[in-house]
Design a protein around this ligand. Structure first.
Ligand code: FAD
Ligand code: N01
Length: 535
């Protein structure tokens, strides 16, 4: 172990959040170091290199807004950029702001302990130089909501002799599936994006689907240059608008009720949004997220589309979502997904009806049959929102561990800060809009808020900040109450931790919307950080 080095702030993670956090703190004259597990920057876009990986928020909005020159200089090529372009963008950001000199790659943070006496965090990491300790006044977790990929604990996993991949930890050199018998397990966004691409290469593709999801075509293509020039000319206003909508996108949800709309108007609006592409179909009426009856209209619309696209009626039937309202799991945004099932080399296997029993040396056995597979792609998702945080042994005041504190589910004030853990901040932590929003808008809001808070502490001679337990309790209660007013709890989603056996079933993101949430955070700050004990 080294002699601990001291910095003002340790930042964990070098995705969108960690990069901006470093830039921001440096701008305030603070010293900071970023630790990143991967051997490159980019976070999500460093790890998720599977074929078809791209964002579902359009490029003009899925980007940093903090520097008007950056947004004018950077040129996006597609409406929904693919992973390589997004990774190029994040590398450009790292270079443009000279961030790399304070980023330690290939370095995993293993623990973070608050030293009460010294008023410092002691952060242990393991990297190319071995185990090291760093002390810091502030510890900022920019560890990502979707950064802990998860392979389910299937019996026989170790016995399988073919190739195993997870979409969230894809080989950098790429994978050639030509001539291979491939199995994809999982039909969430990652599965739905990768299945059409893998199908184009593989000799045969078996898709193992447990739960069908709602998917809407991206209608991706080169970025419309007229739109792009308009966006560039009005970027400041667009960014400002995005800060105050529910989603962090510069478009408010449709103002009208789907239930009250005459059927022909409703159909026209759905058709327009289907053609427009992307998940705005789920927001084109005001009541889709709160009324099951209203939601049924858009659910039925998508099911009809599946019937129209998929030629085999039995396959279409299995593909039709039935167990959750539209939008209560993130709507998938695809390119050719449903049409892929019209290919001769693609089979859909309903593993709800015939569950996967085990992996075998040659493939996979369901209750009905054994499938011989040269490669299995796990598109099985993430231990979302809490996985990366609880992967680190974080201990606050009196050695209390975050794992213990969050045993029954995460508890944090504003999703930013945790009682008993002074000067620890979580960017897009549980209890904030995070994954229910355009995450770049939410990341920037959190980074700005945290930096302002630190500046406030420093300029007032304060050294410690943590929420009072009552404020935290009230916020957690509010987060739950708002979720209960919507249809979200009706889905067995990763928002609720339902995808990880044994994970507490708690609705983690804040449904109240980006605009309302920002107003609350601003109000807390304006009231001298109401709900925090500052010492
Ligand atoms: P991340 O990008 O996840 O970065 C966190 C980093 O922390 C990772 O690199 C990880 O290695 C590192 N880390 C974690 N633990 C440790 C540790 N103990 N030690 C060291 N390093 C650690 N959101 C949208 O809004 N729109 C989209 O279109 C969209 N598309 C997505 C597509 C995919 C395939 C996925 C998986 C997610 C997508 N998201 C999207 C969500 C996406 O995660 C965010 O948009 C954003 O990239 C998150 O940035 P971040 O910096 O918060 O976290
Ligand atoms: O993961 P998921 P993901 N046996 O958890 C199945 C973002 N993202 O990586 O639904 C059989 O959604 C599971 O089945 P079920 C986005 O926020 C965005 O696809 O639990 N199947 C499900 O089908 C997204 O929501 C993009 O029944 C098992 C799948 O695996 C989030 O990341 C692209 C299983 C997992 O789906 C996560 O998406 C990619 C088992 N034991 C990701 N365990 C964009 O387009 C799990 N499954 C922007």
């Amino acid at each position: 172990m080294n002699t601990p080095r001291g910095v003002d702030a340790v930042i964990v993670g070098a995705g969108f959040a960690g990069l901006y956090m470093l830039h921001k703190l440096r701008g305030q004259g603070l010293s900071a170091v970023v630790f990143e597990k991967g051997d490159g920057v980019g976070g999500t876009w460093y790890w998720n290199r599977y074929p078809g990986a791209r964002c579902d928020v359009e490029s003009p909005y899925y980007s940093f807004s903090f520097d008007p020159e950056l947004e004018q200089d950077w040129e996006w090529t597609e409406r929904y950029p693919a992973q390589p372009e997004l990774l190029r963008y994040l590398n450009h950001v790292a270079d443009r702001y000279d961030l790399r000199r304070d980023i330690e790659l290939d370095t995993t943070v293993t623990s973070a302990n608050y030293d009460d006496g010294a008023g410092l965090w002691r952060v242990s990491s393991a990297g190319p130089r071995g185990a090291e300790e760093t002390t810091a006044r502030f510890c900022i977790m920019a560890t990502g909501c979707l950064s802990t990929s998860r392979i389910p604990d299937f019996a026989g996993l170790d016995t399988y002799t073919g190739k195993v991949y997870h979409t969230g930890d894809w080989p950098h050199e790429g994978v050639d599936f030509t001539g291979k018998r491939v199995g994809v397990i999982g039909t969430g966004s990652s599965g739905i994006q990768s299945i059409p691409e893998i199908a184009r290469q593989a000799e045969h593709l078996n898709v193992f689907q447990r739960t069908p999801n709602f998917s809407v075509p991206a209608n991706n293509g080169p970025l419309d240059q007229k739109l792009w020039q308009d966006v560039k000319a009005n970027y400041r206003k667009i960014r400002e608008d995005a800060k105050h909508t529910p989603t962090g996108l510069p478009f408010p949800p449709g103002p009208d009720s789907a239930l009250e709309a005459p059927p022909e108007d409703r159909q026209r609006v759905f058709d327009e949004h289907w053609t427009l592409g992307g998940f705005r179909l789920g927001q084109c009426f005001s009541d889709l997220a709160i009324s099951k009856e209203a939601n049924d209209t858009v659910a039925e619309y998508i099911r009809t589309k599946i019937d129209e696209i998929v030629q085999d009626p039995e396959t279409a039937r299995i593909l039709k979502p039935y167990d959750h309202p539209v939008g209560t799991k993130r709507i998938c945004v695809d390119t050719d997904y449903y049409d892929t099932y019209n290919r001769d080399n693609v089979s859909l296997i309903d593993v709800r009806k015939s569950p996967i029993q085990e992996l075998t040396p040659d493939g996979l056995r369901t209750a009905d049959k054994e499938y011989k597979l040269d490669a299995i792609v796990f598109a099985t998702g993430f231990d979302a929102m809490t996985g990366a945080l609880l992967g680190i042994d974080i201990r606050g005041r009196d050695g209390v561990s975050l794992r213990e504190k969050w045993e029954a589910g995460p508890r944090a004030y504003l999703g930013l800060s945790v009682a008993g853990f002074p000067n620890l901040f979580t960017v897009t932590g549980p209890g904030s809009p995070s994954v229910l929003s355009n995450m770049i808008t939410s990341i920037e809001q959190h980074v700005d808020w945290i930096s302002d808070h630190i500046a406030y502490l420093d300029s007032n001679g304060l050294t410690s900040s943590e929420p009072v337990p009552e404020a935290e309790d009230e916020w957690v209660e509010h987060v739950n109450a708002v979720a209960e007013m919507t249809l979200f709890p009706q889905a067995n989603s990763w928002y609720l931790g339902a995808n990880v056996p044994g994970k507490p079933r708690v609705f983690m993101p804040y449904v109240g919307g980006v605009g309302a949430y920002r107003a609350k955070c601003d109000e807390v700050a304006a009231r001298a950080y109401e709900g925090f004990v500052l010492a």
